[in-house]
Design a protein around this ligand. Sequence first.
Ligand code: PAF
Length: 283
Amino acid sequence: MKILEHISDMRRWSEAERCAGRRIVLVPTMGFLHEGHLSLMREGKKLGDRLVASIFVNPAQFGPNEDYSAYPRHLERDRGLLEKEGVDLLFRPSAEEMYSAGHRTYVDVEELSSVLCGASRPGHFRGVATVVAKLFNIVRPHVAVFGLKDYQQFRIISRMVEDLNLDVELIGHPIVRDEDGLAMSSRNAYLSEEERKAALSLSRSLIKARELVSQGERRSSVIIAAVRAEIGKEPQVRIDYVQLVDAAGLRPVERIHDEALLALAARVGKARLIDNTILKPGP
Ligand code: PAF
């Protein structure tokens, strides 16, 4: 696996691959890889001729009181995992090269960025959209793969690609869960054994919501109350939000007519965890 750290080298490599008619797939990550990331790599492998993974802990998407410096990093382990998955190239630029001292340009995807996680993490999605736009410009992939645990992120990036006419196809990959149901996340590393058990109430609450919908419940208020009650059984879990929104525009819905996104965020110890499911009436 080739490893590149400089933007100019990355551009040169991509240009040569494109000229040779090869289809480039990018999986952007912040590293500290887990099975969820690796399933994105496997998906990416099927979608083109060259698979690029990026590892960049993006300072622009962390708030002043968030875990940028404490964010888990383990480059050697990540490198081995990517190699095993047959990744062709790892791009790992430095923060200094990605954000030069004079950097003043940001991508702001309005409305979608200020709801759900955006309400409690102001500026977060501006940082995400900016770095993803930069990575698209540097790596110039034909296809990019993102996990749907960050459903809001995927919607925002999709909007950005459409609004800025970016020439890249986006693929959203389903949430990968541990055997106990916990959605995989690099931040699960912050959880103690006891906190991890408490965190299972998140996925349990989503199952509860799906059961209610399959029994004919359509009212958001009832579904949200049931989710909150399930999570509330674990005093260590502090809910940030539980919302039922339309899956495209992320606006709150009062009833489920078609497809709705049930999204939640909660703090467990030091970790802020998110999870979601699509609720659909019908069999
Ligand atoms: O989902 C992530 O890991 C990050 O938000 C991303 C897309 C790599 C941008 O930094």
